[in-house]
Design a protein around this ligand. Sequence first.
Ligand SMILES: [Zn+2]
Length: 122
Amino acid sequence: MGMISKIIGLIIAATGTLVFILGMNDPALQFVWFFIGLLLVSMGLSLITGGRKQIEQEPPPPTLTEIHCDNPECDFKEIRQFEAGDYILKPMKAKCPRCTSTMTIEGVYVVREEKEKDKIVI
Ligand SMILES: [Zn+2]
């Protein structure tokens, strides 16, 4: 639905721009074409931005958990979404997929809006 309204919005905005350009060549009705063009472009843009708002309602999860393998010879690490109960140095129930050793949470990160990672010390 969002994709369709974006395409329709794009077509309406493009038609509005075309009306603008064609209206320039008509001195008598220039104001009328200008008004119609403006109306179409604003309608088209509101359809396009309306679709964009729906995507913004689903922001990516702001916190990540970094898991390291306990085996010093295996440097496996995994970064996944933070889950309730995660804390630094928590032993994981899951085994390392590479060497089947135990794994420990080494870090919990908050992803800021600037997309910088900030380490929390708990
Ligand atoms: Zn491992």
